[in-house]
Design a protein around this ligand. Sequence first.
Ligand SMILES: NC(=O)c1ccc[n+]([C@@H]2O[C@H](COP(=O)([O-])OP(=O)(O)OC[C@H]3O[C@@H](n4cnc5c(N)ncnc54)[C@H](O)[C@@H]3O)[C@@H](O)[C@H]2O)c1
Ligand SMILES: [Zn+2]
Ligand SMILES: [Zn+2]
Length: 365
Amino acid sequence: MPYEVQGVVSRAKGEPVSLETVLVPDPGPGEAVVNVQACGVCHTDLHYREGGINDDFPFLLGHEAAGVVEAVGEGVTDLEPGDYVILNWRAVCGTCRACKRGKPWYCFSTFNAAQPMTLTDGTKLSPALGIGAFLEKTLVHSGQCTKVNREAEPAVAGLLGCGVMAGLGAAINTGAVTRGDSVAVIGCGGVGDAAIAGAKLAGATTIVAIDMDDRKLTWAKDFGATHTVNSKGLSEEQVVEAMQDATSGFGPDVVIDAVGRPETWRQAFYGRDLAGTVVLVGVPTPEMRLNDLPLIDFFSRGGSLKSSWYGDCLPSRDFPMLVDLYLQGRLPLDKFVTERIGVDGVEQAFERMHHGDVLRSVVTF
Ligand SMILES: NC(=O)c1ccc[n+]([C@@H]2O[C@H](COP(=O)([O-])OP(=O)(O)OC[C@H]3O[C@@H](n4cnc5c(N)ncnc54)[C@H](O)[C@@H]3O)[C@@H](O)[C@H]2O)c1
Ligand SMILES: [Zn+2]
Ligand SMILES: [Zn+2]
């Protein structure tokens, strides 16, 4: 018998989300049903609602979640009912060319549940990032469940399932920030502040936070920013100069773009030191273009230009470690939770995100 639960659905581009009855099938081979205890509201959910990811409406939103396994399907041996897990959206396959070459964080064939979750009329839902977790129970591939220490409460732990992991990993994994580095982070929402926390954890000595909202900059300081720049009204050149001013005139070793717009990427590209690294972790929309950049600037500035999928994380390696660092008081994951809301509060949470009032609103069940 399928489970019948209320879930947050985005039916059409730009339209407010609605709470709908969703049918969640019993887990099939390799799958698991998880009792979602908490799920954060990420900007990527809003991107889906705005049609910025693809047109596969209706979407079942929510993907930064933690909970307890309810049931597992045939052949699942490493997970059982009662396990406390964070859901991940890159369950690696182990057999594709990236996995075989020992770089599973690039896995090109990640797993999701094979069966669909549906509306009561049978309409198939597209789960955000292959999860869909703004509902009490969800169906995922068993590889999407990563067991962690249950002492970390779900509202906090669940954030590692997406934005916070993406930001931490953008600094630690993709940007390979190390002690003594200078780092700038453009866009200080949940992802950007996690990049700041990651840079601090890795030992960066200068961390420049850039945002257009002073409240965000105050929070960024709390996570470890040593310098702040409010870029509202500044030209791209002025933002570049501000990064250089904070780093003895040279520019940061690593600049992380946690916005994902052509102008912020250019700020990162020109702001970093010679041979420095750009990390793009913010997600651009399909129509965005980088026009007319002189090719010679790519050559003469050297360095590396990287994108960060999910912070190049390996959930099985990174989630338990980061939860442990949190429980030891070395990573302030709880500071990302601005408010706890009900499952009927997602649309209002998008509004607050849009106005910059929150780092993370977390739906709790
Ligand atoms: N790469 C990944 O795997 C991954 C994972 C999760 C989220 N993301 C993406 O990361 C981005 C950030 O997500 P979030 O949840 O932190 O969003 P958010 O809305 O909480 O934060 C965005 C921040 O950027 C600031 N900002 C906007 N335009 C700016 C500009 N031009 N210059 C400076 N600051 C600006 C805003 O004031 C805000 O503080 C989104 O694009 C999201 O889709 C990527
Ligand atoms: Zn693979
Ligand atoms: Zn997300």
